[in-house]
Design a protein. Structure first.
Length: 148
């Protein structure tokens, strides 16, 4: 018979960080919504090619997300590691940017999906990968020492 107590519940909660994932998605949603707004306005209203619009939207999205994720999502208040984190985050952004633009191109040009639906798919894929990498970038020494 399994006995549930506060220690069991706390241990189970620590293994899967629901609150952190919720904060990640919430804060990321701000950047994503801003990115979609920029994508739509540049493509539909200004007449910019959808890939160029997606590039601008991605830059705005990732720039705002760095601060949200560092200080709110992962509650990292340390400043001594910020240069290292910016470097790693920039490398992640470049990787995700290239992945996202490539996937967008394939979905639109090869599979003939509507660019906004394709961007929605790309956003889902990039979000999962971004969380997994960001979690490691913003892990402080205390968190890193206590994780398995």
């Amino acid at each position: 018979m399994l006995i549930w107590n506060k220690r069991c519940l706390k241990g189970a909660h620590m293994k899967f960080p629901y609150a952190q994932i919720l904060r990640f998605c919430s804060s990321g949603a701000i950047g994503v919504l801003l990115g979609y707004l920029i994508l739509i306005v540049l493509t539909e209203e200004v007449g910019v090619w959808y890939l160029a619009s997606a590039i601008v939207a991605s830059i705005v999205n990732y720039t705002s997300n760095f601060l949200f994720h560092k200080y709110w999502t992962f509650k990292d208040r340390e400043s001594h590691e910020i240069h290292r984190q910016i470097g790693k985050y920039a490398a992640m952004v470049v990787f995700l940017f290239l992945l996202g633009i490539t996937l967008l191109y394939i979905l639109v040009e090869c599979l003939r999906l509507w660019y906004l639906f394709a961007q929605l798919i790309v956003t889902g894929v990039v979000t999962v990968i971004s969380y997994l990498i960001s979690r490691r970038i913003f892990a402080n020494e205390k968190t890193a020492a206590s994780s398995p």
